[in-house]
Structures are given as structure tokens and as C-alpha cells.
Design a protein around this ligand. Sequence first.
Ligand code: HEC
Length: 229
Amino acid sequence: MVASTIVTREIASILAARGFRGSGRLIDTHRGRRAGFAESPGRFCPAARLRYTEDVVLRAFLLGVLTTIVVAAVCGYIALSAGPVPANADAEPGWLEIWAANTSLDATLDREAPKGPNPVAPTDDNLVAGVELYGRHCAICHGTAQGNASPSPLAKGLYPQPPQLATDGVEDDLEGFSFWKIKHGIRWTGMPSWESTLTDDQIWTLALFLGHMNKLSPAAEQAWQKVRN
Ligand code: HEC
């Protein structure tokens, strides 16, 4: 609003400097009073006329902004209801969609994900427990130790397709980031929120397994090789 007023003032002073006087209607004194001006602009009062011109330009500017918003909303509705925006899942997401989803995810993770270390220690037992939880809840979408070589039918049909974690690993991610993604899910994807199914302790145990997938203890590695999807 402040910016638009400044722009309007600039435009108005340029118009006034070039001798713009406006039509009879624009210097109508009633209009002036309605707009809250104390004095009538008068025929020979350049300062009041400048304020009038500002008033008119501001109204035109706001009307332009409003018209643009209404036209954009109508075009958006027509694009959605007439069918050119695709609703099918058997496609690759476009770059704009990927950029928007990733940018919002990164910003949310920076703001909300826990930054400290994983409270679940990387012991043999905890890693095996992580593999078991993964086999029960996650392998159907994120695959087995075979990675991209054996995605499930469900994983092949999702939009976007879930990463097969043995191949597209998340070992480099902060375990707090994985914790947040598992707990809250990822909007605009098939990644569910596990908040209502798993405890925080179980979610940290899963994050521990994901963070150590490429350096498992022998017992955990053995359990991992047995996971099926
Ligand atoms: C119904 C399918 C489905 C299930 C079940 C599922 N996920 Fe996901 N998950 C996805 C999809 C789809 C994505 C991809 C999101 C994207 O493209 O950014 C994803 C993303 C992720 C990511 C982020 C990967 C990355 O590269 O940043 C992690 C971590 C993850 N899931 C962990 C899990 C865990 C742990 C479980 C089990 C508790 C699980 N997921 C269960 C579908 C699923």
C-alpha cells in the first residue's frame, strides 16, 4: 500500500508537471469532499489539483491490481475445469511442480526438523529393530536391499515414484530430517505421516537404520537381506 501510494504520487506529479488537468468530472468538488479533502480543488489551486490527480491515479492503480487478480483467478478456474491441467499419476512430475514441492519441503525442514543427534544409539539391537520396522511398514514403497532392481508394483505406480532407498540412499541426510519426514509425511507425494502409527522412539529407530544403511552390523545386514516387498 505504501509502495503503491509512492508510485501514484510519482505518476501524479509527472502528469501535473505536464499540465494534466483532468476532466470536469475529476475536479468535481463533491467528489473531493467525499474523499476527505478539506478544500475544494478550485480552478486556480494547483496543490489541490495535484492531490486530486493522485487520488484518481491511485484508484485506477488499485482497480488494475484487482482486475488482474480476478482475471488470473478466472483463467485458473477455466484451466482446471476445462481439463488441460493433467490429473493422471502415470507421468513424470514437471520441473515447476518439483521445484515448488522441494523448495517448500527444504524450508519446512530448516524450520521444524530436529537438528540434534539421534537419541537412539547405533547398537546392533537398535539397527535390527530398525530393519524390522522398515520391513513391516516401508519396504512396500521403498524397496528391499535389491534397490531399483525390484520395486514393488505399488511403488512403480505412485506419483512421484518413491526412491528405492538401497539405491537412492538417504545416508547423507541428517537423521533429524529423516525423522521429520517419517513422522509428518511429505505433502504432494505418497509418503504418509507415521505419527499416528509409530512412537517417536520407533521413528528415530527407523531414521537410525536409514542413516546406517551402507554400514550395517553383520546381524542387521543379515536381517536386511531377508526383507521382502
Ligand atoms: C505408500 C508409499 C510409501 C510408504 C509406505 C512409505 N513411503 Fe516414504 N516416501 C514415499 C514417497 C512417494 C516419497 C518420495 C517423496 C519425494 O519424491 O520427495 C517418500 C519419501 C521418503 C523419504 C525421503 C527420501 C528422500 O530422498 O529425501 C524418507 C526418508 C522416507 N520416505 C521414509 C519412509 C519410511 C521410513 C517409511 C516407513 C515407515 C516410509 N517412507 C513409507 C512413499 C512411501
